[in-house]
Design a protein around this ligand. Structure first.
Ligand code: TXA
Ligand code: MG
Length: 362
């Protein structure tokens, strides 16, 4: 019998994560029981949330949270979001539950909004990367809610991907990249939001948007004062409180992402010829095109995918399309630009970061 707390027991050669479905009440209940047992034993496991899949562990157990950093290869100065499933649990994680926190939580929780607040002493240093604030979120997915309620402790959970890779929006994405490192992946279906939560820092006198998402800045500004022109805020100086969601390059697939617009197919073709000219050894078959408005002929490239021209549907589909491009060996991903309107800002942000070449990483 292996010790469930030892990393080796989960990462033994040849061992693969158990993947548990949740689509009937009995399967849901059995998966809750298994997930809770793993979390109580100090393990890190993959759970569904409505934004992306999370790699969860007991937020109050530093050794369990350490496993998250190890499994992801995550830099120690990157703090982890703490997930709760009730008002009292949220308040237990912070030093002061402010009026702004209360109004934002009432308006947007459960949901894809993370609030950064002064942390309570029960939150270990390793969760906040030594900083004085904690990122808190009450996710909307019923599975993780039930797990948190049953455990009784909050869950630290970053996205369930190796550091610097795309976040997973399907259980299979987690299985492909972390399946050999963790004991359990719970399949809660495709993530309904599809990009990571909006992160709003309300620990200081003025609210600052650290990461745009599908809870839009304009919606937040209706609840708390927020300077819409000044967002997203620059990261605080140096470690430990850098918010890597603000790095120029992040959330990127393996192939370079090239954002383009085209009026018609002839113009797109000129763009493609130029791109291929700049990349000797690549041909049309190596190019995948993600379009939403000007849909080109499938003959133009190795693959043409169409994502609906609707921000909610687009966010839901984007990462799965990028994962697919990686799986199929795309060498260039052409992404049709999206509108720069408030509803598309979180998506435009992810496209911009994915398109930033690695060389500009600080
Ligand atoms: O939707 C999400 O937020 C998903 C799901 C699993 O909840 N989680 C997620 O976690 O995207 P992660 O670790 O991949 O991104 C969390 C972001 C990072 O940019 C991190 O630096 C920032 O939130 N963050 C967390 N705690 C923070 C804090 N105390 N101060 C500033 N930024 C913080
Ligand atoms: Mg992440």
């Amino acid at each position: 019998m292996t010790n469930p707390r030892s990393p080796e027991s989960a990462a033994a050669p040849g061992r693969r994560a158990e993947v548990l479905p949740t689509h009937t009440p009995a399967l849901f209940a059995a998966a809750v029981e298994r997930a809770v047992a793993c979390l109580r034993a100090g393990q890190a496991i993959a759970l569904p949330t409505e934004t992306v899949y999370g790699l969860a562990a007991n937020a109050l157990d530093p050794a369990a949270v350490h496993r998250i950093y190890e499994i992801k290869g995550r830099p120690a100065q990157n703090p982890i979001i703490v997930h709760v499933a009730s008002g009292p649990l949220a308040r237990a994680c912070v030093r002061t539950w402010t009026d702004a926190a209360d109004r934002l939580a009432r308006a947007f929780w459960p949901g894809p909004l993370t609030l950064v607040l002064p942390r309570a002493p029960i939150i270990p240093d390793i969760v906040t990367a030594g900083g004085d604030t904690v990122g808190l979120r009450w996710p909307a997915h019923p599975f993780i809610q039930e797990v948190i309620r049953t455990c009784g402790f909050p869950l630290a959970a970053p996205s369930a991907n190796p550091a610097n890779a795309i976040s997973p929006t399907h259980a299979q994405h987690v299985a492909a990249t972390l399946g050999h490192l963790i004991p359990l992946i719970v399949d809660g279906g495709p993530s309904q939001v599809g990009i990571e939560s909006t992160v709003l820092d309300i620990s200081g006198p003025v609210a600052r948007l650290l990461r745009p998402g599908m809870v839009h800045a304009e919606s937040l500004a209706a609840v708390v004062p927020l300077d819409l022109e000044a967002t997203p805020a620059p990261p605080p100086d140096g470690p430990p409180l850098r918010s890597p969601g603000q790095l120029p390059r992040h959330y990127a697939p393996r192939a370079p992402v090239v954002p383009l617009t085209w009026r018609d197919e002839a113009e797109l073709d000129r763009h493609l010829l130029r791109l291929l000219g700049d990349r000797p050894g690549t041909d049309r078959q190596d190019v995948h095109i993600l379009s939403h408005a000007q849909i080109p002929s499938p003959l133009l490239a190795g693959r043409v995918c169409v994502i609906p021209h609707d921000p909610e549907a687009y966010a839901r589909a984007l990462y799965a399309e990028w994962h697919r491009c990686d799986e199929l060996g795309a060498r260039v991903i052409v992404v049709e630009r999206v509108p720069e309107t408030p509803a598309w800002r979180g998506i435009a942000d992810r496209l911009r970061r994915a398109a930033t070449p690695p060389a500009t990483q600080p």
